[in-house]
Design a protein around this ligand. Structure first.
Ligand code: CTP
Ligand code: MG
Length: 228
């Protein structure tokens, strides 16, 4: 059984709307709903766990109750950091789940094909995240703003979600992060700290995280051309 956790409890500060960006409409429906609908169309997905701000729980419950064709879902309280939101979701996953995916609610352009490919790779490798080769040259800079190092671009990938793991691997990684007071930006970094390997799966350049107003414009355009 495959459960998917959606961290959705942020405040969208960089979007600058004054409210959580997951409520912003994309092609007539809130970003959160578009994301949940894509996962609900996947045969391989069995359960959705949505981590939301406690103050938004009621309104999200109400909105979701009116959406037909969603897979069975649970709403849980989010935390003050994305990692804590994911942890709360993990604690609510069905005891029957053997694979858990984590997907940012703010990535509504995810395709069913990429979701399936991540699940397939988790079955083979235990842990898999989707990613794309970086297009720009990247640099490490010093405090003065001068370039110190330019890593070889051919070896660099930009990590996206979904990130999927066998359930016990993700639980172990979150427990260890908690013990060590470690805060990571994604699940792969937590899992790698436990000494386990994480495989990359080809994601999509369309699978952007809607973070800034420009991303929202891009998302509208990409959504209108979206295919499975
Ligand atoms: N998220 C969460 N709990 C938090 C912070 C973030 O569940 N305490 C979720 C967001 O809702 C989003 C995903 O994690 O779906 C990725 O985070 P990000 O893009 O950073 O969203 P925000 O934190 O809302 O945006 P910002 O950092 O600009 O405030
Ligand atoms: Mg954030």
């Amino acid at each position: 059984m495959v459960s998917v956790i959606f961290p959705a409890a942020g405040h969208g500060k960089r979007m600058g709307l004054g409210f959580n960006k997951i409520f912003t409409e994309l092609s007539g429906k809130p970003i959160l709903i578009q994301t949940l609908l894509t996962f609900s169309r996947c045969d391989c997905v069995d359960e959705l766990i949505i981590a939301v701000d406690v103050n938004e729980m009621e309104v999200i419950q109400k909105v979701l109750s009116k959406i037909p064709r969603l897979k069975p879902y649970k709403i849980v309280a989010g935390g003050s950091e994305r990692q804590y939101s994911v942890y709360n979701g993990l604690m609510a996953v069905s005891p029957d789940a053997d694979i858990v995916l984590v997907h940012d609610a703010a990535r509504p352009l995810i395709s069913e094909t990429v979701i399936q490919n991540v699940v397939n790779e988790v079955m083979l490798s235990g842990g898999a995240v989707c990613a794309v080769p970086v297009k720009d040259t990247t640099a490490e800079i010093n405090e003065m703003g001068f370039i110190e190092k330019v890593p070889d671009r051919n070896k660099l990938w930009a990590i996206q979600t979904p990130q999927g793991f066998k359930k016990e691997i993700l639980v172990e990684a979150h427990k260890k992060a908690q013990e060590d007071d470690f805060l990571g930006t994604d699940e792969a970094s937590l899992v790698r700290r436990t000494g386990r390997a994480v495989k990359l799966v080809m994601g999509s350049y369309d699978n952007i995280k809607v973070t800034t107003p420009t991303d929202l414009l891009m998302a509208e355009m990409l959504f209108s051309h979206k295919t499975a």
